[in-house]
Structure formats: structure tokens, C-alpha cells
Design a protein around this ligand. Sequence first.
Ligand SMILES: [Zn+2]
Length: 182
Amino acid sequence: MDRRTFVLALAAAPFCAHAQPKRTMKDIDALQKSWKTFLPAGASVPSPAEPLKLSKDEWKKRLPGESYKVLREEGTERAGTSPLNDEKRAGIYACAGCGLPVFTSEMKYESGTGWPSFFTTIPGVFDMKKDFYLIYPRSEYHCKRCGGHHGHVFDDGPPPTNQRWCNNGVALKFIPKDGSKA
Ligand SMILES: [Zn+2]
């Protein structure tokens, strides 16, 4: 780091600290427990305990091409292409395959990667791919209800979880809390 970069870094530091609120594990626990408060009034959503199993043809009919490729064939969308990167409203991110709520807007953060990123999840909604011995640094996760591939989790997220759930935008469907159009 040269002198100029160092001075710039110092100048930027207070702003960055402000942009990322400091959370404790207790806050994360509260965020996970209160996820239903992010649903629009009267919304009914499925639970991980009601599995959705469809044939390949049925999935093809149900999902747009790009979502099918990611969810059912473990593809990855091009970075920076998802409109959900800029989604800032309060609400729920649900699986685009089966509607299972997987994240809330409060769990989202700007990772700078070009994919919607989250530092934790709604509890019990993902299965990790079994053939990894270690969960980190890179582990693939799937929707517990429909088995759809969503993304990978890394250990370079913000504290206190240090998790970065790097999710394909096309695997998600945003449900705004105020009931407006997604
Ligand atoms: Zn699903």
C-alpha cells in the first residue's frame, strides 16, 4: 500500500464502519427467529417438511430456461446480471423452484461479487452437498424442499457469522413485505 492509498483507506474507514452494522450472534439468532415478520400480511408459504418432487419435464415447464439451468443442472448465472443485486426493500427471498422462504432482506449484504449475498439463512432450509468433508471454504447448498441448487457458501462473510451465502439470483423469488409487485 503506498502512502496515498493508505490515506484514502483511512478516509473511507468511518464510512465503511457505518455501512456495516456490528451484530452479535444474539442478533443473528433473533433475525433467524423473526423471519416470518418479513412476510406480507396473510401470505401463506410452504415449509421444508412438504417436499416437492417433479419430473425433469415438469420442472422444464415450470421454470424459465435460466432458472432451470441453475436450479436443476447446478449452473451459475453471470455475475452482475441479477436485478436482485440492487433489491433493497424489506421482504422474503424464496426458492424460485418451490416457494420455500430461504432468506429475509435483513440477512442480505453487499458483497461486491455481483451475486445476491447473505450472511445467514432462515434456519433449516438448505441441505449441504454431502460429498464435501469440510463445510468451508466452498460448499454447495440445495433447497431442502425441492432439491434445487442455489449457490455456494464461503467463510469470508461479515462478522459475526463470517458466512457468505453466494446465491444465484435466478434461483430466488423476492416477496416484498408491503405486498407490492416483486
Ligand atoms: Zn425449492
